[in-house]
Design a protein around this ligand. Structure first.
Ligand SMILES: NC(=O)c1ccc[n+]([C@@H]2O[C@H](COP(=O)([O-])OP(=O)(O)OC[C@H]3O[C@@H](n4cnc5c(N)ncnc54)[C@H](O)[C@@H]3O)[C@@H](O)[C@H]2O)c1
Length: 319
């Protein structure tokens, strides 16, 4: 197996690289411009893979670089995770849109030109907008609420158009909210790392709106494993597959769980709802169960414990 992972130094990407390292690949090429990724995220896989791990610090939206990498390393499969995240799209909507489209557009085109064989693309549950039919199947209405979500929906459509028109070999995984060790806790951080970091630095957690908005939280190793299973099964080709836990949790419950794991009993700050925030998310994961025999392995309560422990270790300089 000769693999290329875009965004492989990021949160989910680095866990995908860890899972790949267990499969004894011939080569894993990570392309990341380190906009949010970190070399530290690749320390474990680097010690396992040694010289079979190549890290290329560049823009995965660069057509000629990617073509050169595919030819030089004879790549079979691409896991496409590079992204500008949702919070960035609230501040820099056009730039986020342009970046996110470009990175996937060139991979679709290079698949059409047979520069590599298989594309496993990461979509997002944000493409659905607020859940109308809950739990939400893959056939749920797409109603993106932010420029980020619109860019994710657009790239899914683009890949599907290439599958139908040019028969490229591709599958799309659509994770719901993924959390766990290595999630970005700096600019543009999501609720779980942000809350843990605030408590660690003596600040109160913040809840946007009434906190009754729900999400389906899936632990990162479950998401990464599901992506590899999606690659390994021919039955996924041309399909979109939800990856979640199947459990609906309110943001109030998430904050409560983190506070309890960190023995925090102080104030909780409430602010205005976040622009474009979706109200309800719960994944229907029956297709993933059927196609790739997927079962989430990490319970939310256990996942939060592990995540808190990891961020506490990082704060103490152990990670
Ligand atoms: N985290 C979640 O909850 C979640 C949920 C659903 C879907 N997803 C999807 O999973 C994928 C990975 O998300 P993540 O949470 O790991 O994000 P992340 O920000 O941790 O990782 C993305 C990586 O892409 C890199 N990157 C950005 N622009 C680049 C460019 N031009 N060239 C090369 N690399 C670039 C960043 O440096 C970063 O390392 C994304 O496609 C995202 O849409 C994430």
């Amino acid at each position: 197996m000769r693999v290329l992972v875009t965004g492989g130094a990021g949160f989910i990407g680095s866990h995908v690289v860890d899972e790949l390292a267990e499969k004894d690949p011939e080569i894993v090429v990570v392309v990341d411009n380190f906009f949010l990724g970190s070399m530290e995220n690749l320390v474990d896989s680097s010690s396992k893979l040694g010289s079979r791990l190549k890290i290329v610090t560049w823009d995965s939206g660069d057509y000629f670089l990617m073509k050169k990498l595919f030819r030089r390393h004879k790549i079979d499969v691409v896991f496409n995770l590079a992204i500008i995240p949702l919070p960035a799209s609230l501040k820099e909507p056009i730039w986020t849109w342009e970046q996110n489209i470009k990175m996937t557009q060139i991979l679709s085109e290079l698949a059409r030109k047979k520069e590599y064989k298989t594309l496993i693309h990461f979509s997002s549950s944000e493409t659905y907008g607020t859940g109308v039919d809950v739990p939400m199947p893959e056939t749920h209405l797409l109603d993106p609420k932010t420029p980020y979500a619109a860019s994710k929906a657009a790239t899914d459509h683009l890949i599907q158009s290439y599958i139908h028109t040019f028969q490229i070999d591709a599958a799309i995984v659509r994770p719901f909210n993924t959390y766990g060790p290595r999630q970005n806790d700096q600019s543009y951080a999501a609720v779980i790392p942000l809350t843990i970091k605030r408590i660690l630095s003596g600040k109160p957690p913040v809840i946007h709106g009434d906190g009754e908005q729900t999400r389906d939280f899936v632990y990162v190793t479950d998401t990464a494993r599901a992506a590899i299973l999606t690659f390994e099964s021919d039955r996924t080709r041309g399909r979109i597959v939800n990856i979640g836990s199947g459990r609906e949790i309110t943001i109030n419950e998430v904050i409560e769980q983190i506070c309890s794991a960190m023995s925090y009993e102080g104030e909780i700050e409430h602010t205005e709802p976040r622009p474009g925030d979706v109200r309800r998310h719960q994944a229907d994961i029956s297709l993933a169960k059927e196609l790739i025999d997927y079962e989430p392995q990490v319970l939310f309560e256990d996942g939060i414990e592990k995540t808190v422990e990891w961020f506490e270790g990082k704060a103490q300089g152990q990670q």
